[in-house]
Write a protein that binds this ligand. Structure first.
Ligand code: FES
Length: 107
């Protein structure tokens, strides 16, 4: 049984290492990625302007924004390439069996 506040968004078996998807959780757009077999979740909206990071490229731990080429650490949400200079939020992740559950962002 999922913890309150956690929502199933996908299945682990549908997200291979190196892949990412954009999902919506409680009206928030969330980028879910599989990095070396571990599922991570950050804001899908770039902190620089209006662009979905899930439309960009995932290379290792780095997700590149499709609009101006800014990049973020897809695990920590920290900006790693300009013009992105503000972190995006990290969301809590739970795995139940094959289910990926996304919870609230870390404060
Ligand atoms: S909108 Fe993402 S780098 Fe500008």
């Amino acid at each position: 049984m999922a913890d309150p506040g956690f929502v199933k968004v996908a299945q682990v078996s549908d997200l291979r290492p190196g892949e990412m998807i954009g999902v919506e959780v409680s009206d928030q757009q969330v980028l879910v990625s599989n990095i070396d077999g571990t599922i991570h979740a950050i804001d899908d909206m770039c902190s620089h302007a209006y662009a979905c990071l899930s439309d960009g490229e995932l290379r290792g731990k780095e997700v590149e924004c499709p609009l101006h080429g800014g990049a973020f650490n897809a695990i920590t949400g920290e900006p790693i390439a300009p013009p992105a200079n503000t972190s995006v939020r990290v969301f809590q992740v739970q795995i139940e069996g094959d289910d990926i559950l996304i919870g609230p962002p870390n404060s």
